[in-house]
Design a protein around this ligand. Structure first.
Ligand code: DGY
Length: 328
């Protein structure tokens, strides 16, 4: 019997046909609707491998549903949707998609920064809605980006790639991270500082930190109050890192000038959410790594990781590094 792989979203035929000769593969039928929980659990009972999305909750119930589950490959670099500890105890490898999405996600972070600062979305809507009545001196005047200070919270691979883009705009770069990054300091002139100093001094605060117990609700009202009134907050990390009520109040009370958000506490965000009513908020539907090229590479990496584990090899992108020690 061929090992069974269940994919929790419909992926293009071309992405899976290569493995179909060696494995039994089944996919959730929709591309844009998540797999219902009960189906996910039923599939997890039978599967040797799951290819999951960041919108799937892979908790103890899923991980212990069946006894033959060997690997969960998440189509994302983030894995806060997975109970990694339980997976490790169960001897299940957890894989993600680092490296391959770094440039694409950094491009999106910088695009969002620029769109928010220069009010691109408002401006484009004005033209499309036939509201452009005349050229005027301060029509949709935004904020400069060049020669300003960018503060990057979370200086991982994506953070340093955003910093590299910032050098093209001759920006000063501050960063805060769990560990210092001497190579980034040397190459890009980035300056390490405390979180408080970063939020106080930066014109653009770019959040790229993963969601952990330490980073949940990191951005509170007190933190937004410390920012410059002209500051722009960008989040391309994870939504729950921000207290969204605090952000809303900070924008309403003009503690800060604007926000560009690719991620939200609850996704998809409800269309009635107060943040979406503010003209100085640019909101995107979590598309950080979403270019055709990168998403295809991410799919391939997930399948390669699955195949490695199912054939007794080490996957290229393993999250639970202690998995190997436990199973071998
Ligand atoms: C990830 O891969 O974790 C990103 O959030 C996707 O855009």
């Amino acid at each position: 019997m061929k090992p069974y792989i269940y994919i929790t979203r419909r992926l293009p035929k071309t992405a899976v046909e290569l493995i179909e000769t060696k494995y039994e593969v089944s996919m959730w039928e929709h591309e844009d609707i998540p797999v219902p929980r009960e189906i996910l659990i039923e599939e997890a009972k039978k599967a040797n491998a799951l290819l999951t999305m960041l919108s799937d909750t892979i908790d103890e119930v899923v991980l212990t549903a069946g006894s033959q589950l060997k690997v969960v490959a998440n189509l994302a670099v983030g894995f806060d949707n997975i109970d990694v500890e339980t997976a490790t105890k169960q001897g299940i490898a957890i894989c993600n998609t680092p490296y391959v999405l770094t440039d694409t996600t950094a491009d999106l972070a910088f695009a969002l920064l620029m769109a928010t600062a220069r009010r691109i979305v408002e401006a484009a809507e004005m033209v499309k809605q036939d509201q452009w009545k005349s050229w005027s001196p301060l029509l949709l005047a935004g904020h400069d980006i060049h020669h300003k200070t960018i503060g990057i919270v979370g200086m991982g691979k994506i953070g340093s790639t955003v910093a590299r883009r910032a050098t093209g705009f001759e920006m000063d770069i501050l960063y805060h991270n769990r560990t210092r990054k001497p190579e980034v300091e040397k190459e890009l002139g980035a300056v390490y500082c405390s979180f408080d100093e970063l939020v106080t001094k930066s014109d653009f605060i770019v959040c790229l930190t993963p969601l952990t117990d330490e980073t949940r609700n990191l951005f509170t009202r007190d933190i937004f109050k410390k920012m410059k009134p002209s500051a722009i907050f960008i989040n391309v990390g994870r939504g729950p890192v921000v207290d969204e009520n605090a952000l809303y109040e900070a924008l309403l009370e003009k503690d800060i000038a604007g926000a560009g958000l690719d991620v939200f506490a609850k996704e998809p965000i409800n269309g009635d959410h107060p943040l979406l009513k503010l003209s100085n908020v640019v909101a995107l539907p979590h598309i950080g790594s979403s270019s055709v090229e990168t998403r295809v590479i991410m799919m391939k990496l997930c399948l390669d990781n699955i195949e490695a584990v199912l054939t007794g090899n080490n996957p290229t992108a393993l999250v639970n590094k202690d998995w190997n020690a436990l199973v071998n």
